[in-house]
Design a binder for this molecule. Sequence first.
Ligand code: CU
Length: 120
Amino acid sequence: MKKVSILLLVLGAVAATSAASAFSMAAPAASPAMDSADSAQKAAAAGPTADGEIKKVDKDAGKITIKHGPLANLDMPGMTMVFRVKDAAMLDQVKVGDKVRFNVEKVNGALTVTAIEAGK
Ligand SMILES: [Cu+2]
């Protein structure tokens, strides 16, 4: 007889606990929805991340040819290619043969160097 009443007590406690957690589940959780745009901004602020070597500087066209390493943000392997530059003054900061670190982003559909600095 005693065993049965203990079992009922335990079952009753489990049922009460389940009911309590069902209520707390209904409380709205904080939304992480705004996180992804924010972290993209932080990555851009960390400085140029891609390695490259200047192959050609075309000031008339506002373009630069860079032999670059993998560009993770564009899912692009290393290659030599032409980029636009965000600011024409960037073309005065580098010359053919320079090793650089730079960032590329798609601006209005065109791959554009948005930051560049001398590498080591
Ligand atoms: Cu490329």
